[in-house]
Write a protein that binds this ligand. Structure first.
Ligand SMILES: [Fe+2]
Ligand SMILES: [Fe+2]
Length: 173
């Protein structure tokens, strides 16, 4: 059984939970800006983080069925905010370089400007680029997002190169 942030058990399906939390983040912070930035191929940052959150929620639900405890709200919020850097990383602005190494810290700073974050949510955002940024995650939720992010990024990048295919919008969800 999942537990809500307020400690009350939740029966909400994982996919509905992703959509609900995405709406909350959009109404209380700058999450909507991620719709306007491209991540991989022609997939927006918003589409990418929703895919990562759905893949992470599915992995978390599987682990819960195996008897492993997962902080589902932190898992989903962290996944949705893991790329909350709020700029176009294709822009040659030197302040964004090297994006691959610096954007987790930028995303964490921007997320803390808009939201209160749990320790797990901070860990998810700050450590999601392991092993490129060689400091590993320290909780299972951050490991889940770290792996889901790579799977979705790979899918989006490959799908964008296939003839007649739009890059990765649906298959990694
Ligand atoms: Fe990232
Ligand atoms: Fe990502």
């Amino acid at each position: 059984m999942r537990t809500r942030r307020d400690g009350i058990p939740s029966q909400e399906p994982a996919i509905d939970e992703v959509a609900r939390i995405a709406r909350e983040l959009e109404s209380h912070g700058r999450f909507g800006l991620t719709r306007g930035f491209i991540q991989h191929g022609d997939v927006s940052v918003y589409e990418h983080v929703v895919s990562v959150a759905r893949a992470s929620a599915a992995a978390g639900a599987f682990l819960e069925r195996m008897g492993v405890r997962v902080d589902r709200p932190s898992l989903i919020r962290g996944a949705l905010l893991h790329d909350y850097f709020l700029y176009d990383w294709h822009d040659p602005d030197p302040s964004h370089r090297p994006h691959g190494f610096t954007h987790p810290a930028t995303a964490l700073t921007r997320a803390l400007e808009d939201f209160e974050l749990t320790e797990r949510e901070r860990n998810i955002i700050a450590r999601h680029m392991f092993p490129l940024v060689p400091i590993p995650p320290t909780c299972r939720e951050a490991w889940i997002v770290c792996m889901a992010d790579k799977a979705c990024a790979l899918h989006e990048t490959i799908a964008a190169r296939l003839p007649g295919r739009r890059g990765g919008r649906t298959a990694c969800a």
